[in-house]
Design a protein around this ligand. Structure first.
Ligand SMILES: N[C@@H](CCC(=O)N[C@@H](CS)C(=O)NCC(=O)O)C(=O)O
Length: 210
């Protein structure tokens, strides 16, 4: 099995983290010719990263990859047993995909469109309020007592709140959201979190160098 893509992408990291939380390591590599090459588009017509390759099976879309890894790799289940708790974990991951990550996008693109940053910061604050309201209060991990697919999804996104803080004050947004702040501090300090922050940090530094 291998994951095609680069670990700066929160979507690629989500899939890698899902495997790691289950005690597995999946090699991550950039596809030869890049994600718009004919060969890559044959695997993933969307031309986005990641794509999981498992033998002759190619699977795009990080949420689906993470579920597939959870179902096929041995190790702890990354979704709670109780259907309501399981639904909540999925809801938190879905919230990240549909609302939180899009709120961050204009901040990624601030160099091209600095005028969009103030609205993006307001949207990000509103998305964090909703995330704080949706998660179980006081939980050690995002959706309960154990790491779940919600943590694998959200941890690589929260990396960027820290990374962009010197420019935009994004980490300070957590000061008013103590539940999220405590979750992120604990998640970042976990072995998987510390490794992730190092890897994303190194990848971001390389990206900024151009
Ligand atoms: N919904 C996709 C999103 C993946 C995605 O947007 N990946 C970005 C990198 S962070 C990408 O490949 N962008 C290149 C492009 O859209 O051309 C997933 O969850 O896998």
């Amino acid at each position: 099995m291998k994951l095609l893509g680069g670990l700066l992408s929160p979507y690629v990291m989500r899939a890698a983290l899902a495997a790691r939380f289950k005690g597995h390591e999946i090699p991550v590599e950039m596809p030869e010719g890049g994600i718009k090459s004919e060969a890559y588009l044959a695997l993933n017509p969307m031309g986005k990263m990641p794509c999981l390759v498992d033998g002759d099976f190619a699977l795009p879309e990080s949420a689906v990859i993470a579920e597939y890894l959870n179902e096929t790799l041995p190790g702890p289940n990354l979704l709670p047993e109780d259907p309501k708790a399981r639904a909540r974990a999925r809801l938190l991951a879905r919230f990240a995909d549909l609302y939180l990550a899009p709120a961050l996008t204009p901040i990624f693109r601030a160099r091209d469109n600095p005028g969009a940053v103030p609205q993006a910061m307001a949207d990000l604050a509103a998305a964090l309020d909703k995330l704080e309201a949706l998660r179980p209060a006081g939980a050690r991990w995002m959706a309960g007592d154990a790491p779940s697919l919600a943590d694998a999804t959200l941890m690589p996104v929260f990396f960027f709140l820290d990374a962009f803080d010197p420019m935009f004050g994004t980490a300070k947004l957590l000061d008013d959201r103590p539940g999220l702040k405590a979750w992120w501090a604990a998640a970042r300090a976990s072995p998987e979190g510390a490794r992730m922050v190092n890897e994303q940090g190194a990848a971001l530094a390389a990206f900024m160098k151009g």
